[in-house]
Design a protein around this ligand. Sequence first.
Ligand code: PXG
Length: 442
Amino acid sequence: MTARPTNLDPYWMPFTANRAFKQAPRMFVAAKDMHYVTDDGRQVLDGTAGLWCVNAGHCRPRIVEAVQKQVAAMDYSPAFQMGHPDAFRVAERIAALTPGDLDRVFYCNSGSEGVDTALKIALAYHRARGEGQRNVLIGRERGYHGAGFGGISVGGIPANRKAFGNMLFRVDHLAHTHNLAENAFSRGQPAWGAHLADELENRIIPLHDAGNIAAVIVEPLAGSTGVLVPPKGYLERLRQICDKHGLLLIFDEVITGFGRTGPCFAADAVGVVPDMMIIAKGLTNGTVPMGAVVVREDIYDAVINSAPPGMVELFHGYTYSGHPLATAAALASLDTFEEEGLFQRAQELAPYFEQAVQSLRELPHVIDVRNMGMVAGIELEPRHGEPTARAFEAFLKCYEDGALIRTTGDIIALSPPLIISKSQIDELIGIIAQALRAGGRR
Ligand code: PXG
């Protein structure tokens, strides 16, 4: 079904300017490796791995075949009080990939559900240990943790919160780490900013009392709000403070997982092991929705052992937790990552990618370029009285010229599939440079 539908009205599109889109729609109808195909037959180079998820590139045969085979063999299996073998296999594979004793895996279907699940497990864990008063959750400004009520509560994006009023109420936020005066044009992790973690100890803990706080949740690298790379030493410092006061540290690795920052997880890149990790997106290479929360074994044990034998221990889960199509896609994706050494490739390609994106600093209105692994943010000076317009015009121009980029505010975010070649990096940066030059006239 590739012909353009005549009626675009019924579909209420997510996080999209519906009216503008429906006047000038942009539609993809096919994808292969590094490219999408538009409904008017143009190839578009994917600079964003879809929405940060297609890390191995599009329609990879192994993944396609695994899903096709699975849908014909067993379409669905009940998630509660029943199991199917691949759900256990995927959990074992994930546990082997995640660092430290992150060894128990709870499935969901998206990052947003993963965030809610992690927050609920944190609360259940403290309660199981007789510390149910620990129920304050700490997020961070400019954090994105999906669109559920839990996620927008600990998240720190004003626009995602302001229309919705009711949120979790025992929540506080750390300051974000973005500072152009100190860190503009940093390559990799910026040098300035580790001390920002001290706010947890100096302001938040005294205010709420450590004994009332359940968990701190952060994206190790904040993606959605414009690629905010963690300052050197910052996440280490958060870890130390959480340890000192018995707070769980949750890393939301929905974007950073599966090679985006180089190694499998950002936790590996910075050498910090959280108590829980949320993953989604790249887990199935974007093919079938799937998310998971990976927790320390003793967190699982505490919750499990607090319930009477034979009883359900955690009253939480989803109809589609560990869906057979998702587990088939996950196994095939993890095999693909492994066979192709994609995380290794990401690390090897990162310096070339860095050089290429940093070359954009000379272009009109570029006020910062930042990068880590295979992710980069290019921040533009907002046009007076028209915030977001400059970046969105660049997005439209790139799309016309054959490249998909992502913008948030006046920041361009790049996160190409890890299979991108050097010449495709050059092509992507060339198209962006042209768009920035064109936009530079205003
Ligand atoms: N946590 C993080 C860190 C995310 O980036 C979610 C949770 C929610 O995941 P789901 O699967 O519920 O959407 C996300 C999602 C963008 C963009 O371009 C980012 C996301 C989704 C769509 C667009 O920045 N991140």
